[in-house]
Design a protein around this ligand. Sequence first.
Ligand code: AMP
Length: 527
Amino acid sequence: MRILTTIEGLQSCLAQWRQPTMIGPHPSIASVGLVPTMGALHPGHMSLIHQARQANDRVIVSIFVNPLQFGPQEDLTTYPRTLQQDIDQCTVAQVDALFCPSPETLYGQSAPTPEQFTQVVPIASMTTHLCGAYRPGHFQGVTTVVAKLLNLVMPNRAYFGRKDAQQLAILQRMAADLNWPIEIVGCPIVRESDGLAYSSRNQYLSATERSQAPVLYQALQSAQAAFAQGERDSQRLIQQVCTTLEQVPTLQPQYVEIVHPTNLQPLEQVTTVGLLAIAAYLGKTRLIDNTLLRSRQPIVAIDGPAGAGKSTVARLVADRLGLMYLDTGAMYRAVTWHVLTQEIDPADEVAVAEALANCQIRLATEPATAPGEPGLTRVWVNEAEITQAIRTAEVTAQVSTIAAQPTVRKVLLKQQQEYGTQGGVVMEGRDIGTHVFPAAELKVFLTASVEERARRRQRDLLAQNQPPVSIEALEEAIDERDRKDSTRRVAPLQKAEDAIELLTDGLSIEEVVERIVALFEDRLHRN
Ligand code: AMP
């Protein structure tokens, strides 16, 4: 890992990274992800770095305690500085470069003031609420330093935590308004096991304060619970938060507010989405936390041709987002199992249709046991658990006969849509975004070129010790399958108009998952 302290060193390093390299016949330029921090790195920062690592060829982390964003009474001089530990953590996380300039390097002096520099000024209405109301000049200090860092590095993507939701909204707006071709990526809040959001400032807490600090999270959760029960009135939701916070009498709330997550304007009612944010003092330490209130759990629809990796991706996306993977394959298997145990001929469409009247399927996804390993989907038919039973060779041999029957598809469509009424599902197929869940919050159309899918298929065959098939033959078979899938009578392959197309050529499964999670986060906060 390069450790850079000067602008010259930084620019020379970036120039090296951006030398074009030939990938096959095409020149390619490395993509760069930037993670700006103030150091004292903790798992919250590391999750940003991890996300940047997954989506970029090169990752640069900056560590800079920015004087411009601290008020005169704030903790600039005592802010934790743990450079050697930060270097060690970044090395382990395979960061390519660490940029840690001094104030002199960035501003030409050790104690800069806003009057001495051109400033980037955020939209006033975005700084009048939440922290902006109590930290005058803070966000201007943030936008100014982030603008400098973005201009110096010109990354493809820059990563920020949702822990600082106001900061993220302001920076996204800044990048859009100033036409920076840089993606400002928001990352989920990382918490300790008792719910306290990681923060470099948690180090200031005494042991007693540390044991009391999770009350912020508990208060947010209590509002989430009221919201889930149908409470939409902001004042009552805020009151719910305040009542929970009162459990710790020494805690001094600074604000509890509900605003729109993008424009940061106060909401009287949370009709679709609201950002509920808290700032409070515990002793001398100022803590902030927030949560998003959403009226319905979102639905993610993933469509695309066979062989684009949909089902693995959909399972992993569901895991990452804490949503349920609606496993249609398991549903068809469940019907097949039901038909076989009733001793019905699977090809007898009428008898199968009759049997369906008494076939209530229930699914539940278990949490993942290891990273990259999706959780198991457990399956019941009429209260009998058949998770294992649907994986037998008999079921496997008959499932395609069952799945081709229009009545089966119609009945299962109804059951799938029933799951969808609560939201909170990820589903993949060919017509999910157009037919099954046309109102899905996020629709992704996952594709890969025929060549790439043929290569993947060849790799799979090899891994399964199957006889080798030439790439040309596989490409032909895939073309034929695409043609059939697009023209089939039942559930033809269709891309929804509002779907985002994701070409997966050259991307690993993890990279595809990361992109969908980022799209999801983005969508969630834009609505
Ligand atoms: P800081 O070093 O406090 O300026 O934070 C650097 C970046 O890490 C900011 O984008 C923060 O929002 C993000 N961050 C800090 N704590 C967390 C956390 N607990 N979870 C997710 N992101 C975080």
